[in-house]
Design a protein around this ligand. Structure first.
Ligand code: ATP
Length: 351
């Protein structure tokens, strides 16, 4: 297995009674990158994380984390990983500093080493000001950051984040995102499972979409969006009389299909290959003809559209990003209870 990859899974299978949770799942996560695992409820994301963190064994296939086999060398794997989820494992009564020192000791660091590591992590996760305050007064985002810090006590090579921002408000989410970005900048490999499409988009270098126990596609966030149809040029006019002219201008740059004209909204749009060049060309034609334009832009598909197209189901949560480019809004509810319980169990077993 290549040294360039921190996580490799080949043909993983897992059944629970007559239910197939994983059905030949493959994954390879390059060292120092973030892989987002995205999929509908029951797709097999948590099962994958549980196998890779040695909490359960696969029925078939194999996996290595940090260069060690998850079944044959579980201890070596555990020494190289951190796991954090929706329920902070930190103690409410203790302060941030006391919590981190306690985790250091639990992970068998010497007293002085635990102290040093605690101070580093307080800085790294912007918790210094709150260091001597009891956790029970912390916001959700601060708790999750402290939890991330605790999972980094041993500076793991690979960090598993199982829905790290579920239940947080937008501010808390962005605080956690910032911490995750700092971790990856420092070289940690991250496997992130999330229900939030915008979270996968923001944090991941690559996204693997999982459905029915298999990976159905993997690409960069931009690549996934391109796969669903790429960019479109859109012109909105002031005057309906200019619609034919605008349709002609858009037709010259359109890729594959004829432009669509929406007479009611005075809008013409078409998919294009070279987005920026096409936009410039349309702008020039319209300007030379003296056309009055209300709006002209490049529209990109959102990850919601990608997800819907690929899994044929509903995206599980509302997406809050990319409102400028979203044309169809997807709003469904998050189901968190079962995974919350699982994550607590997992954390305890890993600790
Ligand atoms: P979610 O987004 O809802 O957390 P997921 O993608 O993490 O879903 P898994 O929790 O891995 O999906 O579950 C995959 C399948 O395996 C589901 O059909 C689930 O019902 C089933 N499953 C998972 N754990 C168990 C278990 N302990 N016993 C029985 N079936 C299980």
């Amino acid at each position: 297995m290549s040294d360039n990859y921190s996580v490799v899974a080949e043909g993983l299978c897992k059944r629970y009674g007559d239910k197939t949770a994983l059905d030949g799942f493959d994954l390879a996560v390059r060292r120092g990158t973030v892989m987002g695992l995205l999929g509908p409820n029951g797709a097999g994301k948590t099962t994958t994380v549980r196998i890779l963190t040695t909490l359960i064994r696969p029925d078939g296939g194999r996996a290595e984390v940090g260069g060690h086999d998850v079944v044959r060398e579980p201890r070596a794997v555990r020494r190289r990983i951190g796991l954090t989820g929706q329920h902070p494992a930190v103690d409410e009564i203790l302060t941030a500093r006391q919590n981190l020192r306690m985790f250091g000791r639990l992970f068998h660091l010497g007293k002085e080493q635990a102290r040093q590591r605690t101070e580093e992590l307080l800085d790294r996760f912007s918790l210094r000001e709150a260091a001597d305050k009891q956790v029970k007064g912390f916001s959700g985002g601060m708790r999750r950051r402290l939890d991330l810090a605790a999972s980094m006590i041993l500076a793991p090579e690979v960090l598993f984040l199982d829905e790290p921002t579920t239940g947080l408000d937008p501010r808390g989410r962005s605080e956690v995102w910032q911490s995750v970005r700092q971790l990856t900048a420092a070289g940690t490999t991250v496997l992130l499972t999330t229900h939030y499409l915008d979270e996968a988009d923001q944090l991941s270098d690559h996204i693997a979409v999982v459905d029915q126990g298999r990976k159905i596609i993997e690409d960069t966030p931009a690549g996934l969006k391109r796969a669903v149809g790429g960019d479109r040029v859109e012109v909105v006019l002031e005057d309906a009389a200019d619609l034919p002219l605008a349709a002609g201008a858009v037709a010259r740059v359109a890729h594959g299909v004829a432009p669509q004209t929406d007479e009611e909204r005075l809008r013409v749009h078409a998919p294009v290959r070279e987005g920026v060049a096409a936009l410039t060309e349309v702008a020039r034609t319209l300007q030379e003809a003296g056309t009055r334009v209300a709006d002209l832009g490049l529209r990109r598909p959102t990850l919601d559209e990608v997800f819907l197209r690929l899994t044929g189901g509903a995206a599980e949560t509302e997406s809050t990003s990319e409102t400028e480019t979203t044309e169809t809004e997807t709003e469904t509810e998050t189901e968190t209870e079962t995974t919350e319980e699982k994550t607590t169990e997992e954390k305890e077993s890993v600790a």
